[in-house]
Design a protein around this ligand. Structure first.
Ligand SMILES: C[C@@](CO)(OP(=O)(O)O)[C@H](O)COP(=O)(O)OP(=O)(O)OC[C@H]1O[C@@H](n2ccc(N)nc2=O)[C@H](O)[C@@H]1O
Ligand SMILES: Nc1ncnc2c1ncn2[C@@H]1O[C@H](COP(=O)(O)OP(=O)(O)O)[C@@H](O)[C@H]1O
Length: 292
């Protein structure tokens, strides 16, 4: 095999709580992660006439050098296993960049999963996830896929029953947010509204979208919202267009709305697209990765 193609899916956070700060600067989190069917296409091509790793993409917002996290993922495996072959990584970007949707982490996860096959490394999912966390806190979840409670810095995962084929509208305002900056602005002593994990997990088990939507909380939301009032406006609009609930994903600025019926989601999508260009109509995704 000398070529492999994977869908590299985005995630949203159905809840996000920050429990503390570690000595290394990272934060202890507790969050519900849910993959969605919004994806980049990552193609890996084995190159035997060179030893270089090359990123090929039309997207002007991501690095083509070793600053690209997909490059870092390939470099990590190549150096660890002393692989003396080259690689082309083609990234067809559809997930908005720096959005709180883990697009970069999903690309890195796809590279690790793909190279495991292309270079016949025979690593288990757990082993791939250990390499993944060296690249980014969200990478292990992107390898596992589906839905999970993520703890630690995001790498300790418990698989849960997530949302099955639920319609959502995803709206990314045309502003970029730095995850590191959002975490650094968070004052742990000032968090008043925290998500109730057990209530949310029960709602997911019961497929009770109303209770889920009523109880979704992201403690990073107020931080990003303060700088970008557009987030609050988008959430308000989502609800006006009949979303059962709406929240910011991750460190933002993307806002998602959850809908009971496709028709309502479609109407909200059509309306929001007029005022916010990067708007998507998608379903939640409940399976893991695979060659596609
Ligand atoms: C907020 C979340 C929620 O899913 O997602 P995004 O908004 O990035 O999608 C994650 O916690 C982001 O994970 P990820 O984006 O992979 O983080 P990394 O690249 O490892 O770290 C970027 C920076 O964020 C901060 N960081 C990240 C994770 C964490 N648990 N605590 C932190 O303090 C650190 O300052 C770190 O330098
Ligand atoms: N393959 C990649 N895809 C997306 N962003 C990348 C990639 N490699 C590096 N980056 C950089 O990582 C940062 C965060 O990107 P991304 O993963 O899309 O956002 P988030 O962590 O908010 O979900 C951006 O500034 C981007 O330039």
């Amino acid at each position: 095999m000398n070529k492999i193609q994977l869908k590299s899916r985005a995630k949203i956070n159905l809840s996000l709580d920050v429990l503390g700060k570690r000595p290394d600067g990272y934060h202890e989190v507790q969050m519900i992660m849910q993959q969605i069917d919004l994806y980049d296409i990552v193609t890996l091509m084995d190159k035997r006439d060179t030893e270089t790793i090359e990123i090929i993409t039309d997207c002007e917002y991501i690095p083509r050098s070793n600053g690209n996290i997909a490059y870092k993922a390939a470099e990590l495996l190549r150096d660890h296993f002393h692989i003396s072959r080259g690689l082309e990584i083609h990234i067809d970007k559809r997930i908005p960049v720096a959005a709180g949707l883990a697009g970069g982490s999903a690309n890195a996860a796809a590279v690790l999963m793909g190279l495991n096959k292309l270079w016949e490394l025979n690593l288990s999912t757990e082993e791939l996830m250990k390499f993944g966390v060296k690249i980014g806190a969200d990478v292990p979840f992107c390898i596992q896929g589906g839905a999970a409670v993520a703890e630690g810095i995001g790498e300790k995962l418990t698989t849960i029953k997530g949302l099955k084929n639920v319609w959502m509208v995803i709206a990314k305002p045309s502003i970029s947010v730095s995850t590191a900056e959002v975490y650094s602005r968070l004052d742990l002593s000032k968090i008043t509204n925290k998500p109730k994990l057990s209530t949310l997990l029960q709602a997911l088990k019961d497929e009770d979208l109303y209770t889920l939507c009523k109880n979704m909380v992201n403690v990073l939301e107020t931080i990003t919202e303060k700088r970008h009032p557009m987030i609050k406006e988008l959430k308000k609009k989502m609800v006006e267009y009949h979303a059962l609930g709406s929240m910011m994903s991750g460190s933002g600025p993307t806002v998602f709305g959850i809908f009971k019926k496709y028709e309502k989601a479609k109407a909200a999508y059509e309306n929001l697209k007029v005022i916010n260009k990067q708007t998507y109509l998608v379903q939640s995704y409940s399976k893991g990765y695979g060659d596609e």
